[in-house]
Design a binder for this molecule. Structure first.
Ligand code: DX5
Ligand code: ZN
Length: 223
């Protein structure tokens, strides 16, 4: 298995996003970022404000790394398809915010992206399993959404184990992502629980060499 690494630009320099994307794109031998994670926050669903569609459109033109847009916003039913139309590879909405998540997944796919569903640390998985049949990815939050640099909440790994089991037994076909507090100390536990794609913000962009940090995180999973 190739562990996917998705650096979060939340911890990057927002004045140099093109260069920051290039810093994790690798040397062409497959050691670069698999996806670039873009945290969209609206200061309503979460108590923080980041960036929106115009920045995603510009980033899409500035890098070949597939964009993984994580929408921490109210009313994703209205706004999320625009990110798919802008060329994002995966668009993730929060289960807690979506009004009609099944219809939303269909709209995202029709607009050309994968459909992702995210659950906060305190949100149980079970009520969402049926809805997840319509989705391509599940983003398990391992911190409260809103800010980078928080500590990993290990209790969420129970949800990862459950969804991994559902995928491995053929009951679901989602890619399992984890987001929050992933670094060299926490990534192994997440990998053992069955994560496919690891989002890392401060562990990548807080490092002296972000490109090397991506390769190091992936290698630590392979060991
Ligand atoms: C938090 C965001 C995360 C954040 C992760 O709400 O969804 O993607 O960037 O940052 P770290 O890896 O520093 O916890
Ligand atoms: Zn995120």
């Amino acid at each position: 298995m190739h562990p996917m690494i998705a650096p979060s630009i939340l911890s990057a320099d927002f004045a140099r996003l093109g260069e920051e994307a290039a810093a994790v794109s690798g040397d062409g031998t497959g050691n670069g970022a698999d996806w670039l994670h873009v945290d969209v926050m609206d200061a309503h669903f979460v108590p923080n404000l980041t960036l929106g569609l115009p920045v995603v459109q510009s980033l899409r033109a500035a890098t070949d790394i597939p964009l993984d847009c994580h929408l921490m916003i109210e009313d994703p039913d209205r706004w999320a398809p625009g990110y798919a139309e802008a060329g994002a590879r995966n668009v993730t909405v929060h289960a807690e915010a979506a009004h009609d998540p099944v219809m939303l997944a269909k709209n995202l796919r029709a607009a050309g992206s994968l459909a992702g569903l995210s659950i906060k640390p305190g949100t149980p998985l079970d009520p969402w399993v049926e809805v997840l049949r319509h989705y391509d990815t599940l983003l398990v939050m391992s911190v409260e959404p809103g800010f980078g640099g928080q500590s990993f909440i290990p209790e969420v790994l129970d949800k990862v184990r459950t969804v991994r089991n559902l995928v491995d037994t053929g009951h679901l076909t989602v890619l399992v992502e984890i987001d929050g507090g992933i670094n060299a100390d926490t990534i192994d536990a997440a990998a053992e629980a069955g994560v496919d794609c690891f989002v890392a913000g401060s562990a990548v962009y807080g490092a002296e060499d972000p490109g090397r940090a991506v390769a190091a995180l992936r290698d630590s999973v392979r060991r």
